[in-house]
Design a protein around this ligand. Structure first.
Ligand SMILES: Nc1ncnc2c1ncn2[C@@H]1O[C@H](COP(=O)(O)OP(=O)(O)OP(=O)(O)O)[C@@H](O)[C@H]1O
Length: 248
């Protein structure tokens, strides 16, 4: 991403950076494929059975299904937290199971992940929660500052940068976790029940932020139980039932 010249950024410069972010995401958007994927955990639980899926670059996909049907497992396979028992998981033309060490880390850096329970660090401010991953990845302080403000603006938390998580509402905490997931402008965003703990207004706000990211070109995959939310949006839906996938 290009460097802003002014340290004190104006609204205009923040907006300019949004459009630059948009170009960055568009040129890197991902494609995801599951090819005959079965996942059986070591205790014998069958999470996915011969699952096939293709998510096109720039698509916004909902994954729905009852509790225990395999939704989280599907996302975990995409970022390599779990490995398939059979079949192939392809992200950006890479077989995730074949990636090791640095190559797996590199793929993960390019995937933003949002969890239902936010996973924020309570002793760190909003700004610190959003930027600590960038620090760990060796971004310069200047680059981190350049990314922080437009990201907080996008999630509507510019005025909360110095707050701690326990000073925020649940909806605000979830928006911090989204900011953390998107601050590195990942071309693929995975959100596992991001609205699971939120009321309808906050849920809608979260979905709108994810849709905005998607409008910039990012591929977005969201698991949810919230059928009403799914109906309100006009996005493709895959339903998971007993480990099998059905396009609705
Ligand atoms: N680490 C694990 N070890 C063993 N079994 C697991 C593990 N994780 C998930 N499972 C099992 O795999 C199946 C699918 O679980 P998964 O978490 O993917 O479902 P889910 O659709 O995301 O559920 P929920 O909506 O409740 O989060 C379940 O039967 C679950 O018990």
């Amino acid at each position: 991403m290009p460097v802003l010249t002014s340290e004190v950024k104006t609204e205009k410069s923040v907006d300019k950076q949004h459009s630059e972010t948009q170009q960055h995401i568009s040129s890197n958007a991902k494609k995801v494929q599951l090819q005959s994927v079965t996942k059986t955990y070591s205790n014998g639980s069958h999470a996915l059975l011969n699952a096939n899926l293709e998510v096109k670059k720039g698509e916004f996909l909902f994954i729905t299904g009852p509790s225990g049907s395999g939704k989280s497992t599907l996302l975990k396979l995409l970022y390599g937290q779990e490995l398939p028992t059979q079949g192939e998981v392809i992200v950006d033309e890479c077989n995730v199971a074949a990636l090791k060490g640095d190559r797996l880390s590199l793929l993960r850096r390019r995937i933003g992940i949002v969890f239902q329970d936010y996973k924020l660090i309570n002793q760190r401010t909003v700004a610190e929660n959003v930027t600590f991953v960038l620090q760990a990845q060796g971004y310069t302080r200047k680059e981190i500052q350049r990314r922080l403000e437009p990201t907080l603006k996008l999630v509507g938390l510019l005025n909360k940068a110095d707050c701690f998580p326990d000073q925020l509402s649940g909806g605000e905490q979830q928006r911090v976790s989204i900011a953390r997931a998107i601050v590195s402008t990942p071309p693929l965003l995975l959100a596992d029940e991001p609205t699971g703990n939120l009321d309808p207004d906050n849920s809608w706000q979260v979905i709108q932020i994810l849709q905005k990211l998607n409008s910039f070109g990012a591929t977005v995959i969201v698991t949810t139980h919230d059928e009403q939310l799914v109906r309100r949006c006009n996005h493709p839906v895959v339903q998971v039932r007993n480990g099998r996938l059905f396009r609705k």
